[in-house]
Design a protein around this ligand. Structure first.
Ligand code: GRF
Length: 213
């Protein structure tokens, strides 16, 4: 069983999907705590209801750089106490610094931090990716589970799921479809990623990606 801490900023539907998968024994993991940078984030209530430690670490006052450094320091202090084997990002709206990320680098050079991004990376990185795909007019979009590395939204890809959006009339319709895919894909992929049942490979001079053994 792999111990994890979930970092999340908002609604917490992916946290729910992960927690449910653990309870239903589809995912062999233990959530040690949920940490949020927003004290009013619904995910904290959800964690408490599930009997999981819910920790709020709001971003302190100061300049942007100071705030980020201070906030990360506090998050790291908690993580050093909790000692999770993996960090699972589920709608965590903060960019992590290389120093933070390197704390979780394994002896095999990959980082033990997993993220789900609501697009087919490398398309539509950043924020509001379902809206970006909808407004761009793509026929399909999807979701990506990837390991985190020091460049934003560009760590080695573990899995992707594609779905059509040609018939969607609003961003909300795209998002509804996307969240269904996220909640299906994330626990499924975490099951083999957290067990480190994978290899990190690359094609010729290309980028690294993750392949299930
Ligand atoms: C999801 O769409 C996730 O892919 C993105 O942020 C959203 C979080 O949703 N990174 P929730 O808080 O898990 O409901």
């Amino acid at each position: 069983m792999t111990s994890i801490v979930v970092l999340a900023s908002g609604r917490g539907s992916n946290f729910d999907a992960i927690h449910r998968a653990i309870q239903e024994k589809r995912l062999n993991a233990k959530i040690l705590a949920v940490i949020s940078d927003r004290k009013e984030a619904p995910v904290l209530e959800k964690a408490k209801k599930a009997g999981i430690q819910a920790i709020s670490i709001p971003v302190p006052e100061g300049s942007a750089l100071e705030r980020r450094a201070l906030h990360e320091k506090k998050v790291l202090e908690e993580l050093r106490k909790l000692k999770p084997q993996f960090l699972v990002l589920a709608g965590y709206m903060r960019i992590l610094t290389p120093e933070f990320i390197n704390e979780f680098r394994s002896e095999k050079e990959f980082v033990r931090i997993v993220n789900i991004h609501p697009s087919l990376l490398p398309s539509f990185p950043g924020k509001d990716s379902y809206a970006q795909a909808f407004h761009y007019g793509t026929r399909v979009t999807g979701v990506t589970v990837h390991l985190v590395d020091t460049e934003v939204d560009s760590g080695p890809i573990c899995a992707q799921e594609v779905f059509p959006i040609e018939d969607c009339r609003t961003v909300e319709e795209v998002e509804k479809r996307g969240l269904e895919a996220e909640h299906r894909l994330y626990p499924q992929v975490l099951n083999w990623v957290l067990a480190e049942d994978f290899k990190v490979e690359r094609r010729s001079e290309g980028r690294f990606y993750v392949r299930q053994n």
